[in-house]
Design a protein around this ligand. Sequence first.
Ligand SMILES: [Cu+2]
Length: 183
Amino acid sequence: MRERWTTGAVILAVALLGGSMAAAAAEHTKAAAGSAGATAATEYEATLSAANGSGVNGTAHLTLRGRSLHVVVDASGLTPGRQHMAHLHGKTGENVSCDLKDTNGDGMVDEKEAEAQAGKEVLFLRPFPSASKDGKIHIDHTYTIDPAKVGPIEDRVVELHGMERGGKWIDTLPVACGKPAKR
Ligand SMILES: [Cu+2]
């Protein structure tokens, strides 16, 4: 009697194990199919143009592979020795542009005005770079993105921030903006 109960338990355990293994195998197949689909890369290029008369210019190259986004930014004309914030900006369901407007007419496009046009940060390009002695920055990093938050790359803009204004360092002030286009 005890023998039969044990046998039954073993059969049940094997059945459960078999079931979970089948589920694991199915999950594995799904993951493999997903990564196979994700190997196709989409490349984007953006020319970064000066904002707020910063004199900053540069380029951004973005490579999207599934949820992986490789970003390379090179720019010059930034404030030497300062750390400059860098982001992708956008608005959900909208195609934003770098047409940043000084709506309050104070002679500069502050971050609030820029956000009205280009939207908030949808991706922080961390670690933020510090400009070299000759005012250059370089970003080369791969991010795992949430596609629902980041949205279509071609609907976003790349922004660099931080410059002195009236002798005061303003870390949020936009200094360059560029719109990625597929290449
Ligand atoms: Cu930003």
